[in-house]
Design a protein around this ligand. Structure first.
Ligand SMILES: Cc1cc2nc3c(=O)[nH]c(=O)nc-3n(C[C@H](O)[C@H](O)[C@H](O)COP(=O)(O)OP(=O)(O)OC[C@H]3O[C@@H](n4cnc5c(N)ncnc54)[C@H](O)[C@@H]3O)c2cc1C
Length: 323
């Protein structure tokens, strides 16, 4: 086998970021002339049926380990065993906090090489090369591996989901002894910090607000439009630092990386540190009163004008259209 991909699930669903990684792993394994498998760790809710659906994203096998969910070390135990037993050449993660923690733990456990914040991976001469942006994303370096396994941790949402496989992957239970130190931490509570029902990393539509909103209350414009569009609200660092919106909504270099279908930027200048977190959105629409704002350089649609006048009208128009 060539590529082992970790798939994170919660309450019977795999998260979007993981499904992107599984799809990417399957594609890469094919290019290497091998096969990809997924690994899942959890309890009773990881049914045969649920695990087998990962086949849809191109993997032929799913390794299932029993262990507490949401903690990194038990997953490291399971993945280390599978990689050693089955001689996987690469382990791939979709990023996110847990992906980084598991990937780093696995690297230490196996004495492997690791590349983090990877935005693209390609197969070259029968090996994988990871592409990683550096220097505030102003350049990209190629990283190869001199030993196996190579650990690749993607940037959140860097990999696209591709369906079309057979949703009946073989499910294999992994017989592994979870290490004592791996269960020293326990999950006390899992919660969303975002002040909204929608997870911004998974939302298809994001309405993001910047300093152009003028004050904290300006976010009501973003919330109304997001509600009308069925999306979530995001923010720039400038407004998060100013205390206008929670840190959990921050997009960018020191915030989250997102790739929604629509990213609506209101009163955002488009600084490079913000751009790196949202440039993979399928469609970027920006409102800014300054026609020379950098955000227009990478927007699909730019509206020059005062957001205070445009956003309420837009929200009403969306609502009217939805009936
Ligand atoms: C190390 C480092 C890390 C950073 N990390 C991040 C990060 O993760 N995320 C991030 O976002 N930033 C980050 N920054 C900050 C970044 O450089 C910018 O300062 C920030 O993104 C600017 O936020 P903004 O667009 O809301 O504000 P501004 O740059 O002040 O832009 C406000 C925009 O609103 C427009 N505007 C004003 N009034 C109106 C109106 N009525 N109608 C329409 N438009 C209007 C203005 O023309 C302007 O273009 C980082 C900076 C550093 C140095």
């Amino acid at each position: 086998m060539s590529v082992l991909v970790y798939a994170l699930h919660y309450e019977g669903e795999f998260n979007k970021n993981s499904l992107g990684a599984v799809s990417e792993g399957a594609k890469l394994a094919k290019e290497l002339g091998g096969e990809a498998a997924a690994v899942v760790v959890g309890g009773e809710d990881l049914t045969d049926e649920l695990c087998a659906t990962l086949g849809k994203y191109g993997v032929s096998k799913v390794y299932r380990g029993k262990g507490p969910e949401g903690l990194s070390q038990p997953v490291v135990d399971v993945m280390a065993k599978v990689i050693r037993d089955e001689a996987f050449k690469y382990a791939l993660f979709g990023g996110g906090l847990l992906g980084f923690e598991i990937g780093a733990g696995l690297t230490a456990r196996l004495g492997a090489g690791v590349t983090m914040e990877v935005t693209n991976v390609r197969a070259e001469d029968g090996r994988l090369v990871a592409e990683r942006p550096i220097l505030q994303d102003s350049a990209v370096v190629d990283v190869g591996y001199v030993s196996e396994p190579g650990i690749i941790i993607g940037r959140l949402n860097a990999f696209d989901i591709a369906e079309g496989g057979d949703p009946s992957a073989e499910v294999v239970d992994v017989d592994v002894q979870i290490e004592d130190h791996s269960t020293k931490a326990v999950m006390v509570q899992r919660g969303e910090q975002r002040g909204a029902d929608v997870n911004i990393e998974d939302a298809d539509v994001l309405v993001a607000g910047g300093r152009g909103l003028g004050k904290a209350e300006g976010f009501e414009l973003c919330e109304s439009l997001a509600e009308a569009l069925g999306g979530a609200v995001a923010a720039t660092r400038a407004v998060v630092d100013a205390g206008w919106y929670p840190y959990a909504a921050q997009i960018g270099q020191t915030g989250k990386t997102v790739a929604p279908k629509l990213y609506f930027a209101a009163g955002i200048s488009g600084a490079i540190q913000h751009k790196v977190g949202m440039q993979n959105a399928e469609n970027i629409v920006a409102i800014n009163k300054d026609p020379n704002a950098p955000i227009f350089e990478f927007s699909d649609l730019g509206i020059v004008g005062d957001l205070n006048k445009i956003m309420p009208k837009l929200t009403e128009a969306v609502k009217a259209k939805k009936g």
